[in-house]
Design a protein. Structure first.
Length: 252
């Protein structure tokens, strides 16, 4: 075991005791301060490789979807240095994690069906209150709401099921803010179907889709690699991961 692998193993062991993702990312940020930029870049590469066989590593990888929290835990200077180191070392999956590419498609989300249209005439405050209610029909009509806080209340509502979360994840057009919110949601962001739908939505910021690729099944990545509606970098990442998995499979 290399020093970095041992460093990662200790971090993962400590993370197992932490219940919240913000605690885990804060600990990650503190631990990485003890590494050089090159070591930190290789650390992320090692983490991704470890995630194929380690549940806690996969859990930590899923937290990297939260771009803002990761950036805050590392600090702006370290963020830039790790990004530059990943490029110099040829660690493509790491450099893409640290790259802010615009969504392949941009649009403002909103009510686009005849049934939902009346919701536009209800005040934002009322819609936020309604999103916390237990009336299922009302909740269904709020699934296309353009306000991230309304969607956040919906996702936290115990009456919402994976079917509704998938509808939000698959909605086109949709806003990047809402897709980011869903990807980082403690409950729904961990569901495979939701992760796949977010990754395959061309309105999702590429950095989020690329981070989620690591957590998807091989057959999912085959679909993504050939989907012309997605950002070229997302498709390229899927192809590279497929090649890596095929090499690992043959080697084993």
């Amino acid at each position: 075991m290399t020093e970095l692998e041992a460093y990662l193993a200790k971090l993962l062991n400590d993370i197992r005791a932490l219940p919240e993702s913000n605690m885990c990312l804060a600990l990650l940020g503190r631990r990485l301060k003890g590494l050089t930029s090159d070591e930190a870049a290789v650390f992320f590469e090692t983490l991704y490789k470890r995630a194929t066989s380690d549940k806690t590593a996969r859990r930590l990888c899923s937290m990297l979807v939260n771009h803002e929290a990761l950036r805050a835990s590392l600090g702006e200077t370290a963020w830039k240095r790790i990004y530059m180191a990943s490029i110099e070392l040829g660690l493509t999956r790491v450099s893409r994690l640290f790259t802010d590419l615009p969504s392949h498609k941009k649009a403002v989300s909103g009510y686009d069906s005849e049934e939902e249209a009346p919701m536009e005439f209800i005040t934002l405050g009322q819609r936020r209150t309604m999103a916390k209610s237990g009336v299922k029909d009302t909740l269904d009509r709020l699934l296309s709401d353009p306000d991230p806080l309304v969607i956040n209340y919906l996702l936290d509502n115990p009456r919402i099921t994976e079917r509704e979360a998938l509808k939000i994840a698959s909605k086109r057009p949709n806003s990047s803010r809402i897709l980011k919110l869903l990807a980082g949601h403690k409950r729904w962001g961990a569901r495979h179907g939701v992760r796949k739908a977010i990754s395959m939505n061309p309105y999702t910021p590429p950095r989020i889709s690329i981070a989620l690729l690591e957590l998807l099944l091989t057959q999912d990545m085959r679909q993504i690699a050939t989907d012309s509606s997605l950002h070229p970098q997302v498709r390229a990442s899927a192809r590279e991961l497929l090649e890596e998995r095929e090499k690992t499979h043959k080697g084993g």
